[in-house]
Design a protein around this ligand. Structure first.
Ligand code: ATP
Ligand code: MG
Ligand code: MG
Length: 548
């Protein structure tokens, strides 16, 4: 077995293999193509594909495409791209529940012939109310005792498209008094005159999730069908169907806790509404918890894999602190990102004692922990930019950065001292007049004099404008409401800095590699970049400064 953490599901798989129950472990990741994948899905992907890898089995990618009104080819394509991007590979094993429609239909006829299913003419509402509650048994449908002949005839006419949507359903005939509501004659087929992305207009009835899922697992020879806890109560139905049908294998269902994260909603319905309602720019908006959003934000797939490994696989639902995900992102980016400089909110500095028209090259380190990343040249000259935040005209006590009369170090360059503050006629600070000490080249004073701050900066002429997008949590509430999520949106989730400046070398490169802008955090070039104006997304700040 591999290095990944152990959990109760891996223990079961190992025990089953040791007991010789299966020659090979077969799992599946079964997304419904009705939206983009989110980080919750990554947990399931890592679990299913991880088990197959570690135990030398296989994991199928199976599209659970049984609900054509909500499913689209765009989602199928994005799901494949996202699973691959996360670093998992299904080889040739990509399947669609719709590939089994014919066989599922034949098995439904078999259930009818064996007296295990019937056509019900009640409305959806009547079926719902007659199902009872946890404390109250359900009531039998008046159509429950139809003859096999009538049932077969009606079911075939449902298939032939004779009836309108919702006119009839096929139900399993189990037990309307069962303590488990899922066993109170669950719906197996519904009438839906809808175009399916793969089967087109061939079908006007579609199987329910419960009917399609277990049988698809059995057709594919899945040994361990791993799903989230909300399906625990469906397991008796899963097993009932397998016991009634001549399926080629007997998969077993296991449930684990779904991933929940603070400040985050992981529900495709909510994510769909965020996109459709224009609350975000799309499924890949960098504030979205989708795989596509995380990717665009600059989160490396290795950070997501590490995150889902650390949180583990448990049997009880819980909420993971978003700080844990952020920690994994920082760890990975700190290791892999080259350092550069950017000034997010520039303030102009003129070094009065630096000769006009002169420049010089200074050497900057690309990665403090990785000498092989090498160095680069940065130009120093008379006109520079520093960060507005790094200057205060009347500083409070513990402010050690630049203020009138104070001396600081410019990273890789010199000590500078602020001499004068220049304001416009509105009283805003537009420029600082400073001096530099030529003896401090490289950042140290020969007389041993110390400064308390080292600041990043850029040369005015040898840097270029950029747009920088700073993201904060999409929701302001640590436990946002799925029902009323709009009220919990964070109005400050996106801050666009249109006057930022970046190093020439960064602008010149089209690389999608993550970068650390020193003292600011980790950034990645966005696809919105143009030749005139590069756009960078801030993946995450350097420290956990997020105000809770
Ligand atoms: P949602 O509830 O967001 O609509 P879903 O569960 O309906 O998602 P599917 O496409 O059916 O989405 O999910 C595919 C697989 O991913 C399922 O096995 C499901 O259990 C798993 N999954 C979905 N959300 C999570 C989550 N938050 N944590 C872990 N696994 C998840
Ligand atoms: Mg689903
Ligand atoms: Mg769901």
């Amino acid at each position: 077995t591999g290095e990944a953490g152990r959990d109760f599901i891996r223990d079961i798989v190992q025990a089953d293999l040791e007991a010789g129950k299966h020659r090979e472990v077969v799992t599946r990741f079964p997304p419904e193509p009705n939206g983009y994948l989110h980080i919750g899905h990554a947990k399931s992907i890592a679990l299913n594909f991880g088990i197959a890898q570690e135990f030398g089995g296989r994991c199928n990618l199976r599209f659970d495409d049984t609900n054509p009104t909500k499913e689209e080819q765009e989602y199928i394509d994005s799901i494949q791209a996202d699973v691959r991007w996360l670093g998992f590979d299904w080889g040739r094993n990509v399947f669609y529940a719709s590939d089994y429609f014919e066989r599922l239909y034949e098995w439904a006829e078999l259930l009818i012939r064996n007296g295990d299913a019937y056509v019900d003419d009640q409305s959806q509402e009547e079926i719902r109310t007659s199902r009872g509650t946890l404390t109250e048994p359900g009531r039998n449908s008046p159509f429950r005792d139809r003859s096999v002949e009538d049932n077969l005839d009606l079911f075939r006419r449902m298939k032939a498209g004779e009836f309108p949507n919702g006119a009839r359903v096929l139900r399993a005939k189990i037990d309307m008094a069962s303590g488990n509501i899922n066993l109170r004659d669950p719906v197996l087929y519904r009438i839906l005159h809808a175009h399916h992305p793969r089967t087109g207009d061939a079908w006007s009835i579609y199987p329910s999730y419960d009917y399609a899922h277990g049988q698809s697992d059995a057709i594919e020879g899945v040994t361990h069908s791993i799903c989230t806890l909300e399906f625990e109560d469906h397991r008796p139905l899963y097993e009932w169907l397998l016991s009634k049908l001549p399926v080629p294998s007997q998969p077993k269902q296991y449930e684990f806790a779904r991933l929940n994260i603070t400040y985050t909603l992981l529900s495709k319905r909510v994510l769909t509404e965020l996109v459709r309602g224009g609350h975000v720019s799309g499924w890949d908006d960098p504030r979205m918890p989708t795989i596509a959003g995380l990717k665009r934000r600059g989160v490396p797939p290795a950070a997501i894999r590490e995150f889902v490994k650390r949180i583990g696989v448990a049997k009880a639902n819980s909420v993971v602190d978003v700080g844990m995900l952020e920690f994994c992102i920082r760890e990975e980016l700190n290791r892999t990102s080259q350092r550069r400089m950017a000034v997010l909110r520039p303030l102009k500095v003129v070094i009065e004692n630096y000769p006009e028209g002169q420049t010089e090259e200074l050497e900057a380190i690309n990665h403090p922990d990785d000498p092989s990343a090498g160095t680069r040249k940065i130009t120093f000259g008379r006109e520079l930019y520093i960060e507005q935040d790094d200057f205060m005209e009347t500083p409070p006590k513990k402010f050690f950065r630049l203020f009138p009369g104070n001396e600081v170090r410019l990273r890789y360059a010199y000590f500078i001292k602020c001499r004068e503050v220049v304001k416009n006629d509105k009283g805003e600070i537009v420029e600082l007049r400073c001096s530099y000490d030529p003896e401090t080249r490289g950042g140290n004073a020969p007389d041993g004099r110390k400064v308390k701050a080292t600041m990043h900066w850029l040369p005015a002429a040898q840097s270029v404008p950029a747009e920088i997008r700073v993201y904060n949590q999409l929701f302001a509430n640590p436990a946002p409401s799925a029902a009323n999520f709009v009220a919990d949106l964070n109005p400050q989730s996106l801050e666009v800095l249109t006057n930022a400046r970046i190093e020439l070398s960064v602008a010149a490169s089209n690389s999608a590699e993550p970068i650390q802008f020193e003292r600011q955090g980790y950034f990645v070039r966005d696809a919105d970049s143009t030749a005139d104006k590069p756009v960078f997304n801030r993946t995450i700040g350097l420290r956990d400064t997020f105000a809770k």
